[in-house]
Design a protein around this ligand. Sequence first.
Ligand SMILES: Nc1ncnc2c1ncn2[C@@H]1O[C@H](COP(=O)(O)OP(=O)(O)OP(=O)(O)O)[C@@H](O)[C@H]1O
Ligand SMILES: [Mg+2]
Length: 478
Amino acid sequence: MASIMFLWPMYKQFVPYQLREYLENTIQKYLDKLFRRDSNFVYIRFPEYTGEGLSKSRAYDEIRNYLSSISTARAKRLKAKESENSKSLVLCLDDDEAVVVVFQGVNVVWSSTVVDKEDKHNSKEGRYLTLTFENHHRDIITNTYIDHVLREGKEIALKNRERKLYTNNDSSSYSSWWEGLWSNVPFNHHASFETLGMDLDKKEEIKKDLIKFTKGKDYYRKVAKPWKRGYLLFGPPGTGKSTMISAIANFLEYDVYDLELTTVKDNAELKKLMLDTKGKSIVVIEDIDCSLELTEHRKKKKEEDEDKEEKKEAENLKRVSGNNESNVTLSGLLNAIDGLWSACSDEKIIIFTTNFVDNLDPALIRRGRMDYHIEMSYCRFEAFKVLAKNYLENESHDLYGEIGRLLEEVDVSPADVAENLMPKSDEDDADICFRRLVKSLEEEKKKKIEKEARKNKKKAEDNVKQEKQNKVKGMVTK
Ligand SMILES: Nc1ncnc2c1ncn2[C@@H]1O[C@H](COP(=O)(O)OP(=O)(O)OP(=O)(O)O)[C@@H](O)[C@H]1O
Ligand SMILES: [Mg+2]
């Protein structure tokens, strides 16, 4: 019987379609009816559509994904499918084709069947996948294997999907009516940890932390915490905070939700937005200090307007600007990050960026909320080496020593260094770019020295002034 089971796919390959259809519709149906009850084999059917055929079956898609890698390696007939959510063609088992899979020493057969043309009018099942195995393996298949298949299928779908960059829609604009809370575009930023100029040890530490997080499902469940992690990226402009977010997204293959807090109407809307984000994603709030400050600033301005009896003018302004004033409060934001709802979806990273970490409310960035604080700092020699390799494919040069010394003496951002390293014309080779960088660093050094000198001069003048005042005071009291 086992040999018949394994020959079945081959038979399907060689027998002409019309004859096969005839055989399947007549002989096989009767034979199946007669013998299936006593058969040693179990058949599980997974239809493409569930219920009345209104919605696609998730299990079917997951199994198809799982079978895609196996079929690509083993099946003779494959079907190439284009999928909206997938970044490349998906190869899957062709109709009326089958593959044998061995799981923990147990042989099973997966076959794909398309519903007969006549039947199609009565049934919306479309296609179905059938899993066949010997009866005495029933426990391992139903308790372990099917779960394994669905899990693997989900993983494969996540890997193959086209990643998205989401931005929240302004709720006061008409487009949000049909576009929903978030709009998206394909996420195509190519930043990676390899191209990120920063201290190598720090880079490794961040990568390790991220990997630990992604593997922490059971741990987070054990300690009864939602599976999420907060990162605070802080540092001067142009030090790579936004680039780091893209690098993290690419490293983990996550989607990115870029949340523009100033267009969020109120706390309730913020909660809705957060609830509408999927797992395996990064929620980003850039320049968090400005977002909150802006809200406060607007409120104060409104009060002032009212005090000055300019209520009418303020009303007009409101009308013109579409009344899109944000009333998100700090407590609303805290609640959105780790309120009860945050346990609703799995595997999420929240990243705040700021240029002024000292301006932030301690409650917002306390550990447990923003678990990992990463300082993005000015460009030093190690970061420069990464940028030189990246922009000029260069790993050594006579000027490296001088550049290294200058980078220790002046504070310049990696963005400034990158700008100097970027060839401006076809004639610009590495030598020209490095010389340009040295020149720019020397100018920075000169500016720094002049600034220091001005500061010292002012300090000396202030001291003289103070001494004079003290002398006068002394004379008066005498
Ligand atoms: N550490 C870095 N490694 C590699 N490239 C960098 C780095 N920092 C900055 N750059 C380059 O400079 C540009 C600006 O960097 P980025 O936008 O990431 O800075 P930022 O810290 O987010 O600045 P801001 O505070 O103004 O938002 C990037 O496009 C990137 O090319
Ligand atoms: Mg930025």
